[in-house]
Design a protein around this ligand. Structure first.
Ligand code: ADP
Ligand code: MG
Length: 354
């Protein structure tokens, strides 16, 4: 682990650790004791139960000013997204979501109508994915809105897919396209800055529908889970893309004790994602949005080579690379055959050009 910075004796700054190391540190102090705890901290969901059918549980929080900005987030969309991102974790375990609990902490800056609008979005997502709202908690908050969605789902024991099952030579697959949600966020941030500089200006969001929807109203890829099931494919490992492709590939490699090689030209990037990048800055490359942007809620999974014929039949699945051994590390191969180390934030070039 990296050297920690101590601001004063006995105090470790959270920023010196980062989210993943903090979770690791929490985990170290807890052992699971119950036979029914099949999987605890460390995957997209906890897996619980002693029977053949397992229960999947996942919880996810969105905080105003951190995960969402009320200046450009319609409450209806926020409710929908809070549920969608929680359901996505059930999809990432190859499960079916059934129930949610929703907890809100809300400041008196919000009206009853505003809370109803939030729940309108929650209801729409529940309806779309046949999920029941079965409980939650309501408290007040001194600063803004916090929403936590806990989702419960199920999967047969032999169908649960963890992050740790990838094997050498497995194919790495990815649903949909990547980086578009981050492009949507960039557009919204640009319009917010324009408005702040000149409050009489009108937001110019025409022609950005796709990237805006990807950011504001993502969908959990339960349709892909259904397609995999229909074709009898059980991925060897899976994760949802919430933090960017690079970070998720590294999770799979770490948990599966393997390496990976993904090909830049096979990473699915929509032309609208690229267009936004070009507009915002000459230095912004779409690949970087895909690797580091996050919030796409697509599925990243690995399948055995023997499933190649079946997986390639599924619409909207890209085969982006393959699994290698741990010693080879996690690599991105450019169209010019340069190999670059994948790192969680951005990537560094390796002097390996030929
Ligand atoms: P995701 O990005 O899929 O939502 P996270 O990175 O939030 O996953 O969480 C990774 C794992 O760590 C999950 O198993 C989650 O339940 C667990 N986890 C996250 N935060 C905490 C916490 N504060 N205490 C215990 N477990 C946590
Ligand atoms: Mg996840």
């Amino acid at each position: 682990m990296e050297q920690l910075e101590y601001a004063d004796e006995g105090r470790t700054e959270l920023s010196s650790l980062g989210e993943f190391a903090l979770i690791e540190r929490i985990k170290e102090h807890f052992e699971t004791k119950n036979k029914s705890t099949v999987k605890g901290i460390g995957d997209d969901c906890a897996v619980i139960g002693t029977g053949r059918q397992k229960v999947l549980v996942s919880t996810d929080t969105m905080t105003e000013g951190v995960q969402f900005d009320m200046t450009y987030t319609p409450l209806k969309h926020l409710g929908y997204k809070a549920v969608a991102r929680s359901l996505s974790n059930i999809a990432a375990m190859n499960g079916v979501p059934l129930q949610i609990l929703v907890s809100i902490a809300v400041s008196n800056r919000y009206s009853v109508e505003a809370v109803e609008e939030l729940y309108d979005g929650i209801r729409r997502c529940c309806e779309r994915y046949d999920v029941d709202l079965v409980g939650g908690d309501t408290t007040s908050s001194r600063s803004g809105l916090v929403i936590t969605v806990t989702t419960i789902g199920t999967a047969d024991e032999d169908k649960v897919v963890y992050r740790n099952g990838a094997k050498r030579y497995d194919l790495i697959c990815c649903s949909g396209d990547l980086g578009s949600a981050y492009s949507g966020l960039l557009v919204l941030e640009r319009e917010k800055a324009t408005y702040q500089a000149d409050p009489s200006s009108q937001p110019d969001l025409d022609g950005y529908d796709y990237v805006l929807e990807r950011y504001l109203k993502p969908e959990p890829r339960l349709d892909i889970i259904a397609e995999l099931r229909k074709r009898g494919i059980v991925p060897t490992s899976m994760i949802d893309v919430s933090d960017g492709l690079a970070s998720e590939l590294l999770h799979i490699c770490k948990e599966s004790s393997c390496g990976c090689e993904v090909y830049e030209e096979h990473i699915p990037i929509d032309y609208q994602t690229s267009r936004v990048c070009e507009e915002i800055s000459k230095n912004m490359i779409p690949l970087s949005n895909a690797l580091n942007g996050g919030e796409d809620y697509e599925l990243l999974f690995t399948v055995s080579q023997s499933d190649y014929e079946k997986v390639k039949e599924i619409e909207g699945i890209a085969i982006i690379g393959h699994i290698t051994d741990a010693a080879s590390g996690a690599k991105l191969v450019t169209p010019h055959n340069m190999t670059i180390d994948l790192i969680a934030q951005g990537w560094t070039s390796q002097d390996n050009d030929d």
